[in-house]
Design a protein around this ligand. Sequence first.
Ligand SMILES: Cc1ncc(COP(=O)(O)O)c(C=O)c1O
Length: 473
Amino acid sequence: MKERKAPLYDRLIQHQKEEPISFHVPGHKFGDIFPAEGKETFQHILSIDATEVEGLDDLHAAEEVIKEAQYLASRFFGAEDTYFLVNGSTSGNIAAILAVCRPGDEVLVQRNCHKSVLHGLELAGAKPVFFTPEYETRTHRYSLIHKELIDEALEQYPNTVAVILTYPDYFGRAYPIKEVVQAIHHHGLPVIVDEAHGVHFSLGSPFPVSSLNADADLVIQSAHKTAPAMTMASYLHRKGSRIDTSRLAYYLQMLQSSSPSYPLMASLDLARLFLSTFTESDKESLLSYITAVREAFKETDYLYEVLAVDEMDDPLKITLKAKEGYTGFQIAEQLESAGIYPELATSSQVLLVAGLIPNLEIETLKKRLRGVNWRLKSCGEHGTIKIEILNYPKVQSLAVSYQEMQQETPEFVNWSHAVGRICAESVIPYPPGIPLIVKGERMTEEQVRSVQALNKQGASFHNTAIKQGTWVF
Ligand SMILES: Cc1ncc(COP(=O)(O)O)c(C=O)c1O
């Protein structure tokens, strides 16, 4: 039997048992000082909410117990270094990009990336060249990437210094990552993989191949998304010799708190322990649980279809596709009214994410699903609004560089005046946080129509002014 070792968590518990007298921050003094209203709920976690005192190491100069915990994580995931992140994959993506790209560098970027990737590119002053995955009718999304696509883009842009991939997509769609990474390495370039949704891929089949297994250079994973880690807890892994590790460490300490949360870091230590002790029999019971969840949803498929999962994809993700005349938003709303909360809805789909261990009685789920009043909200007027499939160019650079945009002052215009103008603030439905229009590109008529239709259907955007118009140069 494998040793169940979580050095950082164990050390925090030991520290707590020693009944330390705290004359240091944080001010709650291990939970002694806390509002009565929240004390009971917070107490346990506050008892390990320590700071960098003797014996507890320091994330930004790890030499002891954090170093050991990160080392165990690197061994499990197959990296040469693993860095604990306390500000999500958001900080990992930005740090990775700053470590690799210098101002003016051309970088090849998968178009359907998370906004943190765009923010990293902007901060680095890089010149993104976007490539669009192929549209797949089985997923109804731009989700397929293959080696030829990368080769074509790199031939077109021979000065590219790095490639940034998103693998898998939010819906768990994977692609032949080994071939793609090999092709990038063949061009002598480092590859950064935003694997925010794939921390569990290191468990092996039936999950997709992990990008560390495919020898990607930097891999960022939100441990909190599919492993049992606290929200914001993430990993950044490095492999191979293409990355300047001192630049990476420099940006990580710049972008993260100088008081990183010990509960978050301990949860990363424990998430690694959980994954490393996951057994074949755990996988079997998980798969039968997922099958049962899918069947339960199929029993009430009046407004949606439960999409089949390709064997290459992540089985944790279950996608409901809205039937003609309905939207994903409507379906999500109906589920929520019965206390069933999906991960996200788009105009045509609803995404459900299962955990790695069955945590729900299927009968309870069925009862809730039967309680949904599917007929009542049939075919609202918004369900009939068609969202067209946008035609993104295969490979495209920005119309205006980040440096040029910095010299300009944006103005706000109504959507009716937006076509042909340069987008000054990416238009990002949230979730999933993937830009529909990116800052620096010239807005097309179909993009504008699409945002207006999404607005009518009730999509949420981080920028609430999106209902009226947008910022342009
Ligand atoms: C593809 C992708 N990358 C990065 C992130 C950011 O991750 P985090 O929430 O851990 O900062 C997200 C969040 O949803 C995401 O979907």
